[in-house]
Design a protein around this ligand. Structure first.
Ligand code: SME
Length: 151
């Protein structure tokens, strides 16, 4: 399904107040993983209170040990401080990287802003090398903007 067709599906899930916010985030993770064949792990991390660390809120894909990630550590921790998208075509080429699974080849992390503040991120791992384009970035920015509206 092209990204333009996915956008209304994402919005529909997020505005459905019959589910809790965490349930809605989980459904978005599931939709993205099920629909985009190179999205193998999809999760949302958020800042853990006022601590300088990220906490995993919800995800789909292989179980991970990395529920807490300190700011600055790994791709996710770097995005928490840079406030910038981070596209990694080849995770093995990264020094500051936290491996979740040996099958992962690439990763994309997009910060999530609420009222201009970087409060979390969507993180996607792929078992395909170098699959992400600017279209992924624009789509995931849209997803995060929609999420910010319900937080
Ligand atoms: N690879 C990430 C850690 C999170 S897992 O991908 C779920 C990183 O380097 O920050």
């Amino acid at each position: 399904m092209p990204f333009e067709d996915l956008k209304p599906e994402v919005s529909k899930i997020l505005v459905n107040k019959n589910n809790t916010v965490t349930e809605r985030l989980q459904l978005v993770c599931q939709l993205l993983k099920d629909t985009i064949n190179y999205y193998d792990w999809v999760g949302f991390y958020f800042r853990n209170g006022s601590k300088e660390e990220l906490k995993l809120r919800t995800y789909v894909g292989e179980k991970t040990d990395h529920e807490i990630i300190p700011f600055g550590k790994g791709i996710c921790g770097q995005v928490a401080v840079s406030n910038k998208n981070f596209v990694v075509p080849d995770v093995q080429a990264q020094d500051n990287y936290i491996a979740c699974s040996i099958t992962v080849k690439s990763e994309i992390v997009i910060p999530l802003f609420k009222d201009g503040e970087n409060i979390g991120q969507i993180d996607i791992d792929s078992n395909t090398p170098d699959p992400f384009t600017e279209q992924d970035e624009r789509f995931l920015e849209f997803v995060n903007q929609e999420v910010a509206k319900i937080l």
